[in-house]
Design a protein around this ligand. Structure first.
Ligand SMILES: *Cc1c(COP(=O)(O)O)cnc(C)c1O
Length: 397
């Protein structure tokens, strides 16, 4: 077993060796620009992109022409929200999203708010789910878009995407979902789930960084998007710029591998995750699970060890790559916006640790992490006067 151990698979994942093999020729021999229609070099690249587009479409039950390649989920989220706002000006000026969305959705909405768009930020329950009745009530004749993520990157909570899609379609409002943490881990089907726009990224599913997808529904209803980057009119005029061919080939391969191994991988990773959780709750006192107990990603474990500062715990566990709050804001001592939205006691917010398991996590690593965390929590608690006092009180009772 090699140290440090990586348990931060929500932040990014290593490229699967099979994905890297598929990509390699497109950096060297097959380097052509797929937009070059006049020669072999272009044709070979175009063929690879077409094949990747078909694979990706098939696995989310879309049509190939509905797949738009981007630089990642941040761009896909920006493009879908800003693109709908610009193209639907005549239809309305109201967007509904949730308080626990990724920054790339929330900050996009905040910017649009300054430009006069009205935004409803739905709250969530203690497990991180939105209330479907509240969603229905919030939709007005001026609502143009609902943007709700499929699965949360911090607490792993899965939303009822099919029900949300159903509500949006009944009311005639476009539905966008950031499915970056969900694609390849839980079934995502844009047809049966009534999703109109879907964002995801290769590097969260064992593909390369810097390439992503935006699915854009082409019929029933057709989504019109205004392009956000002007240029050559690639990707049906929705996203200009020369395509990242190796990245696109890698994304398709990564998605294919994830979908084909979803059953086995879910079973194994869930077993490891549950082994960790059960060890923590039986061998340490005052441990609390953050996020939904059942409707959660198989690879996510977000736990509060009460009385232990999240930062102190992480610093004492330098041999394990973990995350507190959100990976994007660890320099910020404030609890993350996701944890805050759960309305938990302060103590629980400041002691929350995220364990993200993945394809290359081994049982040996899981056992090591269990023992290291338990011994470190015990040590930090024994050094904390307030916690030893509360423990004495418990023992006296
Ligand atoms: C990582 C992540 C993003 C951003 O993806 P990039 O490809 O890195 O831009 C967006 N949403 C969620 C839920 C994520 O986990």
């Amino acid at each position: 077993m090699k140290l440090p151990i990586y348990m931060d698979y929500h932040a990014t994942t290593p490229v699967d060796p099979r994905v890297l093999d598929a990509m390699m020729p497109f950096f060297s021999d097959k380097f052509g620009n797929p937009a070059s229609r006049q020669h072999q070099f272009g044709w070979i690249s175009e063929e690879a992109v077409t094949s990747a587009r078909g694979t990706i479409a098939k696995h989310i039950r879309a049509e190939p022409r509905e797949i738009i390649f981007t630089s990642g989920a941040t761009e896909s989220n920006n493009l879908s929200i800003k693109g709908v706002v610009e193209s639907s000006k005549q239809n309305g000026d109201h967007i509904i999203t949730a308080a626990t969305e990724h920054r790339s959705v929330l900050d996009t909405c905040k910017k649009l708010e300054k430009l006069g768009i009205r935004i409803t930020y739905l709250g969530v329950d203690q497990f991180g789910q939105i209330n479907l009745d509240k969603l229905s009530e919030s939709i007005t004749p001026k609502t143009i878009l609902v943007s709700i993520m499929a699965a949360n990157n911090e607490i792993g909570t899965i939303q009822n995407i099919a029900d949300i899609g159903n509500i949006c379609h009944t009311k005639g409002v476009f539905f966008h979902s950031d499915a970056t943490q969900a694609v390849g881990k839980i079934p995502i089907d844009v047809t049966s789930m009534n999703i109109d726009l879907l964002s995801f990224s290769a590097h969260k599913m064992y593909g390369p960084k810097g390439v992503g997808v935006l699915y854009v529904r082409s019929a029933n209803p057709k989504v019109k998007l205004t392009m956000q980057m002007d240029g050559g009119g690639h990707e049906r005029g929705i996203r200009s710029g020369t395509l990242n061919v190796p990245g696109i080939v890698g994304l398709a391969k990564a998605l294919e591998i994830s979908i084909l191994s979803i059953a086995d991988e879910t079973e194994r990773i869930k077993r490891y995750r549950d082994k960790m959780y059960n060890a923590f709750i039986t061998r340490i006192e005052k441990v609390q699970l953050n996020g939904h107990p059942i409707e959660r990603l198989p690879n996510n474990l977000n736990i509060s060890f009460l009385g232990v500062e999240d930062n102190a715990l992480m610093m004492s566990l330098k041999d394990i790559a973990l995350s507190i709050g959100s990976a994007c804001s660890t320099a910020d001592p404030e609890p993350s916006h996701v944890l805050k939205a759960l309305h938990l006691p302060q103590e629980r917010l400041h002691s929350a640790i995220r364990f993200g398991l993945g394809r290359f996590t081994t049982e040996e690593e899981v056992d090591y992490v269990i023992n290291r965390v338990i011994e470190t929590v015990d040590k930090l608690r024994s050094q904390s006067p307030s916690f030893s006092r509360s423990r004495e009180i418990v023992q006296q009772q």
